[in-house]
Design a protein around this ligand. Structure first.
Ligand code: VGL
Ligand code: ZN
Length: 208
């Protein structure tokens, strides 16, 4: 068992990111057994859920004539436009049913503001609005954050980078993640994470 100063952050393991879902991540379901095994090694586990209102600014349908996976400029910066996904309270927004982490006590729901996206579990995409997660983790005495889930190059990477900015030691567990990989986004994300001093580990490394 990991010591109480370490947390496993399980990012967006939700139906809409699974094969057949609204914003399917290739092989997304394969992270579930790996994460279940990892979670048994952590006292502290925090889950996140992408949790958008119908009118959410990241949905391409609200920006005609733009199409999903195009990028546009918004007041807070560049935004990739996505298919409608993870709408609050829908089956697509639910966590994968085989996720087996009964001892996880906190679920952070993010992306709930209509006009701001939030890939990160710490900071919304305007770079200033906080979710409260950093304070929660500090309050528990956490110093080391292990990230896994979906998708490596969006919500996992942004969460890991913001965890570093918040002063935590950070690792991403490669085989407990899957990527969207849009126009080289996966390589870019790993490069940014490497430059930020984020470790890239396997589940076996973490559980060893
Ligand atoms: C995500 C795109 C849009 C993710 C969420 O979980 O990586 N990606 N919303
Ligand atoms: Zn989203």
């Amino acid at each position: 068992m990991k010591s109480a100063d370490q947390v496993l952050l399980v990012v967006d393991v939700q139906n809409d990111f699974m094969p057949g879902g609204a914003l399917a991540v290739t092989d997304g379901h394969q992270v579930v057994p790996v994460i279940n095994r990892l979670a048994k090694g952590f006292e502290h586990v925090v889950l996140t859920q992408d949790w958008h209102p119908h009118e959410h600014i990241s949905f391409a349908v609200h920006h005609p004539p733009h199409r999903p996976f195009e990028t546009i400029a918004l007041p807070y910066g560049q935004q990739v436009l996505w298919p409608v996904h993870c709408v609050q309270g829908t089956p697509g927004a639910a966590l994968h049913r085989d996720l087996d982490i009964a001892h996880a006590r906190l679920v952070i729901r993010k992306g709930h503001h209509r006009d701001i996206d939030s890939y990160s579990a710490f900071l919304e995409a305007d770079g200033t609005t906080r979710t409260g997660l950093a304070g929660y983790l500090r309050d528990l005495g956490v110093t080391r954050v292990f990230c896994c889930g979906l998708a490596t190059d969006y919500c996992v990477a942004w969460t890991a980078l913001d965890a570093r900015l918040a002063g935590f030691e950070v690792a991403v567990i490669d085989d407990a993640c899957r990527a969207i990989d849009l126009d080289g986004s996966l390589d870019k994300a790993w490069q940014a994470m490497r430059e930020a001093g984020i470790a890239r580990l396997s589940a076996d490394d973490v559980l060893a």
